[in-house]
Write a protein that binds this ligand. Structure first.
Ligand code: MG
Length: 385
């Protein structure tokens, strides 16, 4: 089996999501997804260049193909960023092909499964009210928990807070902190103690502010506090973690095993969250999860992907012992999100009761619904042509 072409389509979802199709000389195609958002034009352009390195290769040699592209472009930045995102989309499509060729579900190619279904947490953003009011957070939390989710996450950082003293620095003030505490307290009160609650700060604070926030969150028994400071300074993260009794989660903007190495070695984090269709792909994420396992650190992938990338990620979540919970980020775009694939057994969605049941069909196990892809295709990018 040989690769004959690689094509892309871009659909609207949380910005732009890039879907990847690898075609072979035996008529079999594999599908992948590169993490969405602002880089679609660069990702599509890069994939159209990278594909020349894979034409004629056997797609079942997944790791060889991945390393070939990475090593042959060592001066083009294959250590992170757009290059790795494009490579991740290709890698997922290679695995889909390899698993389809073997007639096996993807999790079996990754060593088999620890679980039949993957628990999701619902990203609740700012809540039902775009201004991020306490009432809007409570309304969304109640709705999502009633829908079967046992874990939720809210964004409580507010760069436009009216009482900010300085819009450029990274220091929180008392008024901002009180409004954070009010929202988290109200959500915890609304959902009760049995729901896992995470809070995201989007890497927007300095060390003393991060510590103040972490201390203020202690009464609410968070599953984690996400990126209170940026992830690139491991020494600073180690300080925050050492001073906080609230678990600290980091990693949605880190790439490859090397991106997580020092973080894990210095034990500067409680939970890691690699983004699978971004950080290097399925095999790389599994290796990162396995590295975390030797430090007894859970793996809770960040994810902003269509159902294709979500189901692909679910296979990794099933295949590692230290999986905790997987992000699901489609509350506000549910109809378009569900339209991108045909869910197994004719179901409306791959998400049910806050979980994804693993597909046993060969490959990723969900087929793109081209009707949905065409309906929400971003003009100007083509649709696999
Ligand atoms: Mg985050």
């Amino acid at each position: 089996m040989k690769i004959v072409d690689i094509k892309t389509a871009v659909v609207a979802y949380h910005g732009k999501a890039t879907l990847v199709r690898i075609d072979t000389d035996v008529g079999l195609s594999g599908f992948g997804e590169a993490n969405p958002d602002a880089g679609a034009a660069a990702i599509v352009g890069l994939i159209s260049e990278l594909k020349h390195g894979l034409i004629g290769e056997d797609p079942r040699n997944v790791e060889h193909c991945w390393e070939k592209l990475r090593r042959s472009h060592v001066f083009a930045g294959p250590q992170g960023g757009i290059f790795l995102i494009a490579l991740s989309g290709i890698e997922i499509a290679l695995w889909d092909l390899a698993a389809k060729a073997a007639g096996q579900p993807l999790y079996r190619m990754l060593g088999g499964k620890f679980r039949d279904q993957v628990r999701l947490y619902a990203d609740c953003g700012d809540g039902d009210d775009p201004s991020g009011s306490t009432e809007g957070c409570v309304a969304r939390a109640r709705r999502v928990v009633a829908d079967g989710f046992t874990a939720i996450k809210f964004d409580i950082d507010d760069l436009s807070h009216p009482e900010k003293f300085d819009t450029a620095n990274h220091t929180i003030n008392g008024a901002e902190l009180r409004s954070m505490v009010e929202r988290v307290a109200a959500v915890r009160d609304a959902v009760g103690p049995g729901i896992d609650l995470c809070i995201d700060l989007h890497a927007r604070y300095d060390v003393p502010s991060a510590c103040r926030i972490a201390w203020a969150m202690e009464p609410f028994d968070l599953l984690w506090l996400e990126e209170p400071i940026p992830a690139e300074n491991v020494d600073a993260l180690r300080q925050v973690r050492a001073r906080s009794r609230t678990p600290i989660c980091v990693g949605e903007n880190l790439y490859l095993r090397w991106g997580f190495r020092e973080l894990l070695q210095q034990q500067a984090v409680d939970v890691i969250m690699p983004d699978v269709p971004k950080c290097g792909g399925l095999a790389e994420s599994k290796k990162i999860a396995n590295l975390a396992e030797i430090y007894y650190i859970p793996f809770a992938p960040h994810l902003v992907s269509t159902p294709l990338g979500t189901m692909a990620t679910s296979h990794v979540c099933a295949a590692v012992p230290n999986f905790l919970v997987l992000e699901w980020h489609a509350l506000e775009e549910r109809e378009a999100w569900d339209s991108y694939v045909r869910a197994p057994n004719g179901a409306r969605s791959i998400v049910k009761d806050g979980h994804i049941a693993l597909s046993d069909a060969p490959g990723i196990g969900v087929e793109l619904n081209m009707e949905g892809v065409r309906r929400h295709a971003v003009p100007g990018y083509g649709i696999f042509d």
